[in-house]
Design a protein around this ligand. Sequence first.
Ligand code: FEO
Length: 402
Amino acid sequence: MEHHIAIADGVYWVGVNDRRTKLFESMWPLPHGVSYNAYLIDDEKVVLIDAVKDLFSGDLAGNLHALLGGSRPVDYLVINHIEPDHSGAVQLLRQLFPQMQIVGNKKTVEFLQHLHGIGDNLLVVQDGDELALGRRTLRFALTPMVHWPETMMTYLAEEGILFSGDAFGGFGTLERGIFDDMLPEHVLVEDEALRYYSNIVGRVSPMVQNALKKLAGLELKMVAPTHGLVWRGNPRRIVDLYDRWSRYQAEEAVVLAYASMYGNTERIMEAVAHALTRAGVRDLRVHNVAESHPSYILRDIWRARGLVIGTPTYELGVFPMVDNLLSMLHEKRLCERTLGIFGSYGWSGGGVKGVQEFAAKMKWEVVEPVVEARFATKAEHLVQVEQMARALAKRVREFHPA
Ligand code: FEO
């Protein structure tokens, strides 16, 4: 089905919704799908901003044909980000429009050669360069590492539209409308935008801060990313959220992530959850790591000031699925969290010790006492749980987001 939606005079969304891919990057669940947003600017020159995954090349070609007919070509393809979910259609586009120039920076050209074997019809741009289209002008801003080294953004100055690549994107298809102001609520949108941020972009948060500084003076009437909603009603909302998330700012909330093999660690988890609630924690999310995908746990931890990890001991160490979560947190370089730790063991400890070593590596504050039961929970452990929960609740309350 052909799809094109006007987002401004002569500017169109020509992207696709992907409901077939179940795991983004073969890792992150897509229960609500994902969109690959491409945009067409129809001026004296015709420009396509980013493309789509190869699987959907035909859909993109149909969208372009519906707008341009068979007579007008695409003059430029701007590649803000060359990851295959946006550049997969490039070969078909070159067949359809043999004169089309590919616009990118030095790094884009390098990757284009290695990824697609393309080395001709290129227009190399640098930070701040402009490209005149006739009535309007594109300006390019290099924003490396948001999300790959070649990443850049393109600003259509006369319309105030920022084509931002992966930045400001989110998971989820767009059948309910492509604009933020067409949705009745934003809760799921924000959750899915944060899941996207923490899973895909979070590791490069300092580079996101660099990019935001570069965008500071721009008049933003619309933010048009390569995934998820086009932010037209309130473009500042997603920019401000990215600012918060990339500063590691968190809310007065706690995540309790645990695993349990025989129910002993789970009993401590229940005591911890009750104690946290008694201590005044109102925003508490509990995840059994054997059941929740790390994608969701990571998202929730990104927004919570406090975290409690509970692990049984397995093969003298941290339970594998807890260990996987810890290594993901380390990989994503999440800063400034306060941690409570509990666990259990049978004949040999190791689980709790492993979480303590993780906390030291992350330079996270650990509240005392750390609670560790041998086999079953005893009365003394419940006393310790109460103390740990009160200490954590206090630290979370004391934290005031800037
Ligand atoms: Fe949507 Fe980094 O690709």
